[in-house]
Design a protein around this ligand. Sequence first.
Ligand SMILES: [Zn+2]
Length: 313
Amino acid sequence: MLCKDIIKILEKQSPESYALEWDNVGLLIGDCNKEIRTIYIALDATDEVIRQAKEHKADLLLTHHPLIFKGLKKINTDDFIGRRIITLIQSDIAYYAMHTNFDVLGMAELSAQKLNLTETKVLSVTCVRDLKAEQAEGIGGLGKLSESVSLKDYAKNEQEEGIGRVGKLSESVSLKDYAKNEQEEGIGRVGKLSEQMSLKDCVGQVKAAFSLAQVQVYGELTQKVHTLAISPGSGKSAIEAALQAKADVLVTGDVDHHMGIDAIAQGLAVIDGGHYGVEKIFIPYMKQFLEEQTKGEGITVFGQAFEEPFVYC
Ligand SMILES: [Zn+2]
């Protein structure tokens, strides 16, 4: 299959237009007309991952976090990003990143399902889908608006353009009045655990669901929790959203000292499963998705074996 046909498949899962404005997603390196037979999937395009992709004779490397994030003025071997880019090009490996677009359409729902949450809602709304327009156009018919746009301006834009498309909205915008065909999407989920339980039991469920050896917990293990918010990745902005959603506990990663103690002070327990720990579900999910979607096309898909980027000593 051509790289551009694989991209069409990836766009069905998580259209690039769902990525947040600061993000950098899509085909970051390579030729979209390149023939693809082998795909390697990982969370980050590290030196080791690129080595493994080469070893597996991959034609395409797919990662969650983009290797190229900020503007580059030089691509040379003096810099580790430059070295990786050069290695990928020299090895004839195309490189695609699906980051916040996958957080919105993929990771959020997947992580909630892992914990069997019910009555789920989006934790941090980033856009509104027009399901009717998507059905008519095929998925990906999204229009971008500034994140700072107000609901009034958004409505005006829609009227002027005369289309039922999707745009990015400020997270603070109230979307309650939107018609049935429009569905809020965004980062993370908040929902109910199967029953009220102790924080300790909840920790056990989180560890089992995400295959985690250990997690960091802020809160009393005996306290009762029922409403759980989950935001895979870095939880910096998730604490405020979890508090607003009246969650008892937040599952996330990258929680620092102040975030942890400040969350407890505001009545929110936090389970930090690690950034990698909670997001690594990207790898098996995308492997299965690509295998299903490319069935009969002679495509082989490999996924990186789970390995934390650090060790506990
Ligand atoms: Zn992440």
